[in-house]
Write a new protein. Structure first.
Length: 114
């Protein structure tokens, strides 16, 4: 009987150690998951947002350059001289009394090789 009690106590201790080991592994796994959610995901999100901000800043810089170019064009187009130049070049307009000349390109030479 004493032998059975010792064997039962030993078996119980062995079971308790195994249970404790399983519990420790589960707790450790839970801690790893919590760490991943607490640090890895926000860090990844931070880097993604930083890249998006950098790309947006580049787009903003390009848009600001385009805006400045358009403002320069707008200021230039406010002058009568520029309006006249564009009317002559783009639309072939002339002032009253002027004679317009149009240069027609020569036709390409045609050669026949027998």
């Amino acid at each position: 009987m004493a032998e059975q009690r010792r064997h039962a106590a030993h078996t119980n201790r062995h079971r308790n150690r195994r249970r404790r080991g399983v519990v420790v592994l589960l707790v450790f796994g839970l801690i790893v998951v919590v760490v991943l959610f607490a640090f890895v995901y926000p860090t990844r999100t931070f880097f993604q947002q930083r890249n998006e901000v950098t790309a947006a800043e580049r787009r903003l810089e390009v848009l600001e350059q385009n805006t400045k170019a358009l403002q320069r064009d707008n200021a230039r187009l406010q002058s009568d001289a520029e309006v006249e130049r564009r009317a002559r070049e783009d639309f072939g307009m002339v002032r009253p009394g002027e004679t317009p000349y149009v240069l027609v390109p020569a036709p390409p030479p045609t050669t026949w090789v027998p």
